[in-house]
Design a protein around this ligand. Structure first.
Ligand code: AMP
Ligand code: ZN
Length: 115
C-alpha cells in the first residue's frame, strides 16, 4: 500500500533495523522502544487491522508466531520470556494501519499489560 509506513519498511524505502525476515514476515526494532527489547513483527502483505485478516491470509498469523519463536531464540529472550501485544482500532491506540505484533522483553514487564 502506497502510503503505508510499514509497507515502505518491507520494500526498503525507509530504513529499519531488521532482526528477522522470511518470505512472508519481517521483524524490526521499534523506533520508540517501550522496553529494552521492543520488536515489531509484521506480515509483508498489507493488512490494515486484525479485523481484516481474511480466511486465506490466516496462515500469516501462524507464520508470524513461528517467526516470533525464532526471534525469541535469536535474541536470547526465550528463557526469561517476553510479551506479545497487538493493537486493533481506536481504543487500543493503534497508530499504524498495517497489522503488527509488538514483542517486548529484556526486563520484568510487571503486571501492566503494556509494560
Ligand atoms: P501501534 O500503536 O500498535 O500502532 O504501534 C505502532 C508502533 O510503530 C509504535 O510503537 C511506533 O514507535 C512504531 N513505529 C512507527 N514508525 C516506525 C518506524 N519507522 N520504525 C520502527 N518503528 C516505528
Ligand atoms: Zn502496509
Amino acid at each position: 500500500m502506497e502510503d503505508c509506513i510499514f509497507c515502505k519498511i518491507v520494500n526498503g524505502d525507509i530504513p529499519s533495523e531488521k532482526v528477522y525476515e522470511d518470505n512472508n514476515v519481517v521483524a524490526f526494532k521499534d523506533i520508540n522502544p517501550a522496553a529494552p527489547i521492543h520488536i515489531l513483527v509484521i506480515p509483508k502483505k498489507h493488512i490494515a487491522t486484525l479485523l481484516e485478516v481474511k480466511e486465506e491470509d490466516s496462515y500469516l498469523i501462524s507464520e508470524i508466531f513461528k517467526a516470533i519463536n525464532t526471534i525469541a531464540k535469536k535474541l536470547n529472550i526465550d528463557k526469561d520470556g517476553f510479551r506479545v501485544i497487538a493493537n486493533c482500532g481506536k481504543n487500543s491506540g493503534q497508530e499504524v494501519m498495517h497489522i503488527h505484533f509488538h514483542v517486548l522483553a529484556g526486563k520484568e514487564l510487571g503486571d501492566k499489560i503494556v509494560g
